[in-house]
Design a protein around this ligand. Sequence first.
Ligand SMILES: [Mn+2]
Length: 329
Amino acid sequence: MFKEFLNKINSLSPSSRIGVFSHIRPDGDCIGSQIALCRWLQLKGFEVNAFNDDDVPENLEWMQKNVTIEKPDQGKLESCDLFILVDGNATHRYGSFEEWFKGKNQPVWVIDHHPDPEPIFEITISETGASSTCELIYELYAQDNVSLIDPEIAKALYTGIITDTGSLQFESVTPRTVEITADLLRKGNFKPNEVIERIFSNKTIEQMQLLSASLETIRLFNNNQIAVMYVTKEMLNKSEATFSDCDGFVNYPLSIGGVKAAILMKDSGSEGIRMSLRSRSELDVNVWARNFGGGGHKKAAGAWHSGPLENAIKEVVAVGVNQLKDIDK
Ligand SMILES: [Mn+2]
């Protein structure tokens, strides 16, 4: 999987500077894979910069020990000889980098597990069968020298696998994923709760109140097969929460018996509605999201609608209902 990648890395001058990007609105998998890849590159002797336009979420900040994720700027970007993007396979997922990189000569590589990579990268490691990008970074270590994985790296990779698989519950989990997870626990010499509590047990009362209000918005469509839940700006104001507090909310409507797919709509009024689509059936939400300028995986995707909310619900649900009809044929 990493043969060409390793050959090319090993042929770089040791003084090369490598810029590693994680995608905007970062999650556990992209930050975990970014940190673990940066550590590997550092251990190989390279100069490394870790970039993201956005702040690292509070519950993931602890991962930055030997690697600090910084905002990209002109000077730092110019000084990089190579860029590696993790956990997103299109340049628009990397914020300002997309504009900056136009017309530049530095090679760009990508390591990712989302379908349909943009065909523009010098090296594309694209494994849609992998549970997470962190699983792929583990394979990079395994193909190079697995004993380089220390507790810091193990915890970063573990975090990404856990967050991208709903704690090893999703269809994307294979025996290999579980083997890797076990090996990370061994190499990192830590207990799962040590990491899990840092990631998940950090909810605020504002978030709980927002969740409570959101649950009341759940509506079911098409014989209770599609669930829609929403959060509006007014709801945020009332509970003094932010849209980032809605992380994971979509799993509640998705867990209703008989529901095949669920959507969380985050309505910012004039700025439109961001949507998270989740499936636990053959309904492909990547295809669904592509109707609304988005995409992702079969089971998890994101999209956008200009609003207003009731129109969005009507139009988005209609597309899902049609997809269900095609499946039933
Ligand atoms: Mn991922």
